[in-house]
Design a protein around this ligand. Structure first.
Ligand code: SAJ
Length: 423
């Protein structure tokens, strides 16, 4: 195998992989959707905020980014890292992946290997991607070209687990495909790499990992709504339950479940199994509970506005990113809460230091000066500076803490109406 590889899609998944492969001696070609993005990356400019990746991008010498397949035909391997989102009606959206498979097929040559990292439900490789690659290349998978699935496991913002040390799972179209994929990943990773028996097993692993997380979050979210009624602090209960040294895994309630993985992946299995005649009631219920959390958070705010008899509420939503210390707003609870408040004709403005382009303010003081009520939705470390003293200074009367990250006792003691999620 020559040391030239092409990575299709240089986002949260593709870029870290490209930078690692380059560091390990590969000549890396990046393929992105448009020439503007290609030029930005060739000029060492990031397409999204990530300080660590930006530093590595500036140091990289053997990465060339293009928007044209003709520039990357001589690669020995093509690794697909494009988004596999859901539609507005929560159905799988494979349009980007299908378009890539067709164009890649037209440019595929004998002896090359295709690896899919994007998250898909079982069956997508054999029923959609490989048929498109064969149709447009006129080649035969497993004989003329090779194909494997190695589901991505990037955790944006994680300082401990990264593309280098996260264990990986590989499923191959045939054993030669699996071996070729394992050879590649073994040459760049410092983590365990296992080969499972089929493409479907590899596709299922990632969906199961993330559905597992979604149902566990739904469990504590339902507890939070229940314990809110019962006057029990659900966070304290979870923390105490976690003292059990076995068979318990902490998850915490919040204003909603966002991101491009957890709220998305279960729908891929729900849809595929549904087509095969099985109804994933439990997965659907978990999605329903998690999707209800933005509305529950808004109801807590409305209770506070009533309790404090605030005639003209000016609501500040703090946090538009789906999780702390990153700027990704995909499926973000913050955006859902803003939409809900605006639909109720409530005066709402936003501030997120990681999403300034969608924020109404440039800094926290400007933001607090506007408001008389506040909903914290993302627990960015920056928001740790929000003390009762600061809130009193700006006459904030109601605080809904969507990540249970503020000092409840101190806020209550200062006379502020405080509600967490389940506490
Ligand atoms: N969330 C909760 N309660 C929790 C954990 C998360 O409400 O106890 C919310 C977060 O606020 C966020 C959403 O769920 O809105 C997703 O959070 P996440 O920590 O799962 O973040 P992701 O989406 O970046 O998930 C990634 C995933 N990684 C991959 O898909 C490769 C996921 O598999 C990991 O389990 C997760 O990171 C992780 O463990 O941090």
């Amino acid at each position: 195998m020559n040391k030239k590889i092409t990575i299709i899609g240089l986002g949260y998944v593709g870029l870290p992989l490209a930078l690692l492969a380059e560091k390990k001696g590969y000549m890396v070609a990046g393929l992105v959707s448009n020439s503007v993005h290609a030029e930005k990356l060739n000029n060492k400019k990031m397409l999204f905020k990530d300080v660590l990746l930006e530093k590595k991008l500036k140091q990289a010498k053997n990465i060339r980014v293009s928007s044209q397949y003709k520039d990357v035909r001589s690669s020995s391997m093509f690794i697909i890292c494009v988004p596999t989102p859901i539609t507005s009606t929560n159905k799988p959206d494979l349009s980007i992946l299908k378009s890539v498979a067709k164009t890649l097929g037209k440019n595929l040559g004998k002896g090359q290997t295709v690896i899919l990292e994007s998250t898909v439900n079982p069956g997508v490789s054999e029923e959609i991607v490989i048929p498109l690659l064969e149709q447009y290349s006129k080649l035969v998978c497993g004989r003329d070209f090779y194909y494997a699935h190695c589901p991505e496991r990037i955790n944006p913002g994680d300082t401990k687990w990264n593309v280098l040390n996260i264990p990986r799972v590989i499923g191959g179209y045939n054993s030669k495909s699996a071996v070729l994929a394992k050879e590649f990943y073994s040459s760049i990773l410092e983590s365990k790499i296992i080969i499972v028996d089929s493409l479907k097993e590899a596709e299922s692993v990632k969906i199961v990992e993330n559905a597992f997380r979604d149902i566990n979050i739904a469990f504590v979210n339902e507890l939070a709504i229940s314990f809110d009624r019962l006057g029990i602090d659900v966070v304290k209960v979870i923390q105490a339950a976690a003292t059990k040294p076995f068979s318990f895994m902490s998850h915490f309630p919040g204003a909603g479940v966002g991101g491009h993985c957890i709220p998305v992946d279960p729908y891929y299995l729900i849809e595929y199994a549904g087509k095969k005649g099985f109804n994933h009631e439990f997965l659907k219920l978990a999605r329903k509970i998690n999707n209800s959390m933005p509305a529950f958070t808004v109801s807590l705010l409305e209770e506070g506005i009533l309790a404090k008899n605030i005639k003209s509420p000016k609501v500040l939503v703090l946090g538009l990113a789906y999780k702390k210390n990153i700027g990704d707003t995909r499926e973000s609870p913050g955006l859902k809460i803003v939409k809900l408040l605006r639909s109720k004709k409530i005066n709402v403005k936003t501030f997120d230091p990681y999403v300034l382009d969608k924020s109404d303010f440039k800094n926290i003081n400007e933001a607090l000066r506007f408001a008389n009520t506040m909903v914290l939705v993302t627990d960015h470390d920056d928001f740790g500076l929000i003390t009762p003293k600061l809130l009193k200074k700006y006459s904030i009367e109601v605080v809904v803490d969507g990540r249970n990250s503020l000092e409840k006792k101190e806020l209550l003691a200062s006379g502020i109406y405080y509600k967490g999620i389940g506490r």
